[in-house]
Design a protein around this ligand. Structure first.
Ligand code: UTP
Length: 289
């Protein structure tokens, strides 16, 4: 499987981050000096994916502007000799071939992926949830693509989570195959205690075959009244057509306040522009607490 295309569903309402998400897309909230969507696109590009579709909605135009040229700003920066800043402005626009499509109604993640069907066509594709920022030596989506290529099946990215938290995730019925690769038999979204399969949870990364689209097309709303991607993935898993990869890397749930703050602090600590300053600031602050 040569993965050339990625879909980034980013049309959620972001209710966990209100009130800021009333007017600012959560994907545009800065994790230091760049928005979270920047990290997601860079991950796909680092895995060799150049064609990217971002699924947005009518309140999220700021994302399109971020990945566009800004001639006025660039010209002003160049005029005063700020060539590095001008290059930075252009860099985001030249990162990849990025296109956008609107999900006209917020019907769920499964529906957002289905909206991407014309872009995807008849080839395997990557899905990167815009909320889940991953920091890893090897891009997480690339780790999945490698296994999808070897196994020729749809592949999901998993990690273990504390059993007490599994009800917030999608729990998987898995069997270890080799290295960090698992066979997936079934899954359940946000399980009640008696529905839990294991503490292996899908965390925001998928490589899917186009077989997913006819399944999505015929799904009825599931958990929370939404068209759930998990319900379609469960169909593939029960057919024996799915693998999971326990990926290496740190995942930040930037769609929750805690995960967002954690990502801002940790990513800023490793930012050469402000890392040393932030470290001494945190140490001094901790002494006062
Ligand atoms: P989430 O449930 O994490 O996002 O969806 P949300 O709905 O924005 O969050 P809250 O709970 O209201 O705070 C997972 C991913 O699916 C996308 C989201 O943008 C996020 O990347 N999504 C979700 C869509 O694109 N469309 C939808 O209809 C629902």
């Amino acid at each position: 499987m040569n993965i050339r295309k990625a879909v980034i569903p980013a049309a959620g309402l972001g209710t966990r981050m209100l009130p800021v998400t009333k007017t600012i897309p959560k994907e545009m909230l800065p994790l230091g000096d760049r928005p979270s969507i920047h990290y997601i696109v860079e991950e796909a590009v680092a895995a060799g994916i150049e064609d990217i579709l971002i699924v947005t909605n009518r309140a999220k135009d700021a994302m399109e502007d971020y990945f566009d040229y800004h001639p006025e700003l660039e010209e002003r920066l160049l005029r005063v000799g700020k060539t590095e800043d001008a290059a930075l402005v252009r860099y985001t626009a030249d990162l990849a071939n990025i296109t956008f499509v609107r999900q006209k109604e917020t019907l769920g993640l499964g529906h957002a992926v289905w909206v991407a069907r014309h872009f995807v066509g008849d080839e395997p594709f990557a899905v990167l949830l815009a909320d889940d920022v991953m920091i890893a030596e090897r891009p997480v989506i690339g780790q999945l693509a490698e296994v999808a290529d070897e196994e020729n099946f749809s592949t999901v990215g998993v990690q273990t989570v504390p059993l007490s938290h599994i009800g917030l995730y999608c729990s998987l019925d898995v069997e270890h195959m080799h290295d960090n690769v698992f066979n997936v038999f079934d899954m359940v979204e946000k399980p009640k205690p008696d529905e839990v399969f294991s503490n292996y949870a899908i965390l925001g990364r998928y490589v899917l075959t186009p077989d997913i689209f006819p399944i999505l097309e015929n799904l009825t709303p599931g958990y929370g009244g939404e068209i759930q991607l998990t319900d379609a993935l469960a169909v593939l898993a029960r057919r024996g057509d799915m693998r999971a990869v326990a990926f290496e890397g740190t995942r930040y749930d930037t769609g929750s306040l805690e995960g967002y703050l954690q990502s801002v602090i940790e990513l800023s600590l490793s930012n050469p522009k402000c890392g040393d300053w932030l470290k001494s600031y945190i140490k001094a602050l901790a002494e006062q607490l």
